[in-house]
Ligand binder design. Sequence first.
Ligand SMILES: NC(=O)c1ccc[n+]([C@@H]2O[C@H](COP(=O)([O-])OP(=O)(O)OC[C@H]3O[C@@H](n4cnc5c(N)ncnc54)[C@H](OP(=O)(O)O)[C@@H]3O)[C@@H](O)[C@H]2O)c1
Length: 335
Amino acid sequence: MSTKTYRKLIAKQFNQEFQSAVEIVKVPMTKPAAGQLLIQNKFAGINSGFDTLLCQGKVPYVNLTPPFDLGVEAVGEVAAVGENIQAFQVGDAVVTTARGGGYREYQVIDANLAVKVREATPEVLTLMPTGISALVALEKVGEMKSNEVVLVTAAAGGTGHLAVQLAKLADNHVIGICGSEKKAGLLKELGCDRIINYRTENLDRVLKREYPNGINLVFDCVGKEVFDVCLENLAIRGRLVVVGFISEYGKNLEQVTRPRMYEQLFWKAASVRGFLMPLYQEYAAEARDRLLKLFYSGKLRVAVDPTQFNGIESIPTAVKYLLEGKNCGKVVVRF
Ligand SMILES: NC(=O)c1ccc[n+]([C@@H]2O[C@H](COP(=O)([O-])OP(=O)(O)OC[C@H]3O[C@@H](n4cnc5c(N)ncnc54)[C@H](OP(=O)(O)O)[C@@H]3O)[C@@H](O)[C@H]2O)c1
């Protein structure tokens, strides 16, 4: 290992804007201790929602004070191994999902936290943890069945495009909501039964007209009015899974005054359920193995946004790009 230093992105202070909270720092290369691996990151997944909330100090289960490391999932290659490592060797491709391990050129990590994969590609990276989140949210929280109507918001995004396909693989009628014709094109290729571009069609009107019996399962990534419309159009015993509320990240939460939600839920025996992947870790390994099998057998397609983000310095731009809703598929940064 000839490199003496490497770069990483840290949050130097809390700030409403991710771009104003972060800075690139150069740190000395560390050697892996016994039981550890040194990994050269090749790609990291961009999670603008989480990144932004983290830099605002608004992730309740994370108790961090700046400076702290950023980024979560990365795929890379083992650059050095510590003592007592049998399962890995230099050159192995691995995925890691440790908080703080993503937005950096190298990381040292306990070997039991690395997952060996066939190759260090952005597609494999997208399956973990983005695909895992989609699968666990649909199955464990949403109690996904077959022959139901499933609605996915931000359906052409990193998480959404996988949720769409998983709901189709389970033999459901899938409605995909998106904000551009290009995204609608991707959803068509993925087999969505009804694509609603909310910029050209009114979501509420379409749902009321075409789905008078309502939606059985909603996978909502967006929040605000989209959440309201989905809630109102739930079927009897419908389930709405709150996967995220990206329309409010980076802003102060909108205050709304309206009748309490139970009035809408009670008469349909419907429910709203929150999903947070860190609270469902016990399902991650099984979900990961199933997703990889589906991917390698050609049953699951991974869409990676084609815009190139290269190097640590491109991360703030990539975070902004996703938050502005410009992406189609998963946003990744290449090191
Ligand atoms: N709960 C968990 O554990 C967990 C895990 C992973 C992800 N998530 C959540 O899943 C959601 C999707 O995350 P992702 O990283 O995969 O992002 P993404 O879906 O790839 O990108 C976000 C998409 O959201 C849509 N969007 C709709 N309204 C928006 C608005 N007002 N501002 C910005 N974007 C808007 C945009 O697509 P359109 O143009 O089609 O509207 C945009 O492309 C986020 O809410 C994220 O926090 C949650």
